[in-house]
Every structure is written in C-alpha cells, then in structure tokens.
Design a protein around this ligand. Structure first.
Ligand code: NAD
Length: 281
C-alpha cells in the first residue's frame, strides 16, 4: 500500500511555488499578495491563519492579516473587502470562517471580487468550476485532486465515490473528478447503502466528519482512498476512514494527520499565485 505523504507533497508544491514567485518577481517587479481577514479570537482560526501567513511568507508572497474583534459590525468588514478589491497589491482575499452569527457569511463571500476569491467560494467561481471554465477551486479538494493525480495521472473512466456533499469539499471534489472524466457518485447522509457505493469505487474521497466511517470491507482491492476528515476523539485526531482496516485493501491511502491537511494551505498559496497571474494578463 502506498502511504500518501501529504507533508512531503505540500513541501514539494511550496518549493515549486517559491520558484514561480521568484520568476514572477523578475518579470513583473512585484509579488502576489494574500490578505486574510480574521474576526474574533477562536483558537483554531488563529492557528490556521498563523500557518497560512507563515507559509505565504515562506514562498515569498506579500502577506497581511487584518484582525477584528468578534463584535465588529458587518458593514466594517464589507467596506474593508471593497477597499481590498480595489487594491492592486492584493491578489487574493480570504475571510477566515466561521464568522460570528451577526455577520452574513454569504454576503461576505459575494463581496469578494471573484478574481480575488482564493477560497473559490464565490458563486461565480462555483459556476465556472461546474461549467468547466477557469476558476479558483476550494483549497482542500484541490489538494485532494493533486494527491490523487500523483498516484494515478490518468483518471479517465475511473469510478469515483465522494462521501459528503458540502460546498467546501464534496461538491467541488465531484466537479474536479468529473473534469478528469471519472464516473462520479456523490453520496451523503441520506444515501441508502454507502458500503455498496464505496465497494464500486476505484477512488474514494471521504469528507464527512464522522470518525472512521469508511471501513475496511467497504473498499475493494486497489482503491485510492483520500481521507479529508479531521475528528477529535479520545484516541486523538482521526479521519473519516478506519486507517488500519482500509490500509489492508487500498492501493494508496492518506494518513490523518499528515495527508490532505498540509496540502490545503499549499493550495491556498497556489490559488493566490494563479489570481495574480490572471490579473497580469
Ligand atoms: P460538512 O459537515 O459541511 O459536510 C458533511 C457532509 O457529510 C454532508 O454533506 C453530509 O450529508 C455528509 N454526511 C453526514 N453523515 C453522513 C453519513 N453517515 N454518510 C454519508 N455522508 C454523510 O463537513 P465538511 O466541512 O465538508 O468537512 C468534512 C470533514 O473534513 C470534517 O471532519 C472537517 O473537519 C474536515 N475538513 C478537513 C480539511 C482539511 O484541510 N483536511 C478542510 C476542511 C474540512
């Protein structure tokens, strides 16, 4: 079984991006810029944002974090986004989720210019992705996609099963696999026989949030299994896939932690660079 090393893949991607930023700097005499808006003092969000800033600096991006208390008015945040939309030194804008209840998430997402939407959540980007046009792609599914392609460059005709239909993970993952000519089944909490669906799959991507949901006897021999889940349990952080059981059947499997997670931030940097390049055309 191939243990898919997300840390190594992310480090390689960051190295590629670092070289690309250096070339862009020579060509345009400026570097891509990422601005993150962080609202409130939730510890996980603060850690994510710190890691994003550290990685952005590492590859040579210009990075900025704008912090607001969780009492900030929605209007203040929307005005700041409008200001960043007009700022030529800002290639990508990300508002760290979740937001306090009094701030309308959808309004925030739709205020970010689609061309600066590095999270790929704006409806224009969602539409472009599903129409097969160029778009920003949400970072976690993009990371999963790159890991799958490392194992199997030609996905045409493969049967893929995506477990979970969130806008963040399952739906964009489905679109990426469709673009690669996979036959894709998207499953969710109302799916009647999840085990039977999974047993058909050459590729399984699990993004559910239920510890070790996907069992060893749900996976046929030679399946590529990507585990997006991050679940806190008594035995520590585990994924949505029962790692020990599934590793006996799978052709390749991502561990949790150290699989998809590290790729997510690297893909955010990639998206920022892509936004910058599109803005220079
Ligand atoms: P979500 O709660 O928005 O969506 C979960 C999906 O799972 C839903 O579509 C739901 O229908 C489906 N589901 C629920 N119960 C099910 C069942 N019994 N069988 C089949 N499907 C079922 O979750 P999300 O935001 O997509 O996150 C999923 C997991 O991925 C979480 O553990 C989250 O922490 C993790 N995550 C990891 C990263 C990363 O970088 N690795 C990024 C984002 C989310």
């Amino acid at each position: 079984m191939i243990l898919i090393d997300g840390k190594k893949a992310a480090a390689e991607l960051r190295e590629e991006l670092k070289n690309e930023v250096s070339q862009l700097k020579t060509k345009f005499n400026k570097v891509p810029g990422l601005t993150v808006i962080l609202i409130g003092d939730m510890t996980p969000s603060q850690i994510y944002v710190r890691n994003k800033e550290k990685s952005a600096n590492e590859v040579g991006l210009k990075s900025e974090v704008i912090k607001y208390p969780d009492t900030v008015e929605e209007k203040t945040v929307l005005e700041k986004i409008e200001e960043l939309n007009k700022d030529d030194t800002v290639s990508g804008i990300l508002v760290q989720l979740p937001l306090p209840k009094h701030i309308d998430k959808q309004k925030v997402i739709e205020t970010i210019l689609p061309s600066k939407d590095v999270d790929g959540f704006h409806p224009v980007n969602v539409g472009n992705l599903s129409s097969g046009y160029e778009s920003s792609v949400p970072c976690t599914p993009l990371g999963c996609y790159l890991l799958i392609k490392k194992i199997e460059p030609n996905l045409s005709g493969k049967k893929a099963v995506v477990v979970g239909r969130s806008n963040l993970n399952g739906k964009p993952m489905t679109q990426l696999l469709l673009k690669e000519n996979c036959t894709v089944t998207i499953t969710h909490s109302r799916t009647k026989d999840l085990k039977a669906e999974c047993l058909e799959a050459d590729i399984i991507v699990a993004a559910v949030g239920i510890p070790e949901l996907v069992k060893g006897d749900w996976v046929k021999k030679d399946t590529i299994v990507i585990d997006v889940g991050i679940n806190k349990t008594d035995k520590g952080i585990v994924g949505d896939v029962a790692f020990d059981e599934v590793s006996k059947n799978a052709k390749a499997l991502t561990p949790v932690p150290g699989g998809v997670g590290p790729m997510t931030i690297a893909c955010l940097l990639k998206n920022t660079i892509e936004c910058f390049k599109r803005s220079q055309i």
